[in-house]
Design a protein around this ligand. Sequence first.
Ligand code: BES
Ligand code: MN
Ligand code: MN
Length: 455
Amino acid sequence: MNAALSYADEHFDTFVDQLEDLLSIPSVSTDSTYTDEVQRAAQWVAEHLRERGVHHAEVAETDGHPVVYAEHLTGNDKPTVLVYGHYDVQPPDPLDEWDTPPFDPTRRNDTLYARGACDDKGQMFMHLKALESYLESDGEPPVNLKFVIEGEEEIGSEHLAPFLRAHRDRLDADVVLISDTSMFSEDVPSITYGLRGLAYAEVTLQGPNRDLHSGVYGGAVENPANALAALIADLHDDEHRITIPGFYDNVRPLTDAERETYAELPFDEDAWADAVGVEAVRTEGGYSVLECLSARPTLDVNGIWGGYTGEGAKTVLPAKASAKISMRLVPEQTPTEIYDKLEAHLDAQVPDTMTMTFRRLHGGRPVLVDRTSPAMQAAQTAMGEVMGTEPTFVRHGGSIPIVADFKDLLGLDSVLMGFGLDTDAIHSPNEHFGLDRFRAGIQSIIRFHQHYAAA
Ligand code: BES
Ligand code: MN
Ligand code: MN
């Protein structure tokens, strides 16, 4: 292990150069104009693994973007770690808010700026470099390794569950290791033991058969934009609780021990509000900011439109209005249950002068993983050695839908050992990844394999 750690140290600059190469491929999964680039990124990852001497690496086609699958198996007596990550990225817009172009990776102040630098190319790449460090020094890693690197995480991983089902036997492993999350803060390293799920819907209200003159018709034709706004306004009460009947029925309450852990985390509410530019926080009654960010479900409008939204004024009564509404879920809520409840609730309130269409865009189940497993202990030890502080366990508000499928389809627990920070601007302009954390990630992964093999 020491030789692998030294190798990683000595070759760190090369690692960063290679990562820049991968980051320059605009593998935006949601936009079909980038389909070839997504394919190119998959080929790049597979080729990179092959060049390092991994036993097997392939680009497996799916009905969507391909999955990179690789294996390096060196002994039946060793445990098998399945590494999951994603090579697809979010769209880079708004482009004019980037200080340097999103697909022209740039180093400034020991930080690498590019779309995907943290989410997730940079973090996924740490696993390739950890394996390389073993191969080029100790000869072999102390564990068997399998890699599932997908290209559709940012659009809901639709074709990955079928891939897991189809390759169940081949994917047999002891644990899944994932670096696609953030730490609590730079000073408080952490391992994530819970992620929220997601139910994302698009709602449209259709009123009259065409846009109308608001002076000629306004007053006797009910306005879908007005109606949609009223429906949405009614989805929260004064305590900022969600009003959908039964919405909280399956929410597993926070335990006293969990609440204590949350309360002990160092958190400056005012500084946090200040950093996002709001006057004050707004939480669900009875819960702290940190609880609301990760252990409580939410409902948010992501976009709302209808009628005239161009420059200046146009007097128009729109024929229809739409909104994209996402709900973050916590155990034991399920996307299906929550979609059903929202749809029924809206349906019951839509004015009889209009019709509603309700589309389910994508969903994912929330997860809580066991904190006491040997793999979690190995991760805690490994990260503690590298960071100089034993990491704490935290829940996070983001979602990685496939984690629930690893459990249900393959029977595998996941270890979410991520090295991002919530301030890394993932999904935003100027996404970045601190090179110190890239380095710490590689070292922690090398150490994880060692500790897990010895467990
Ligand atoms: N890596 C993120 C999720 C994440 C970020 C978890 C930070 C914990 C800390 C992932 O790529 C992501 O963005 N997930 C999406 C869900 C997906 C279905 C679009 C999300 O959470 O919005
Ligand atoms: Mn990610
Ligand atoms: Mn993401």
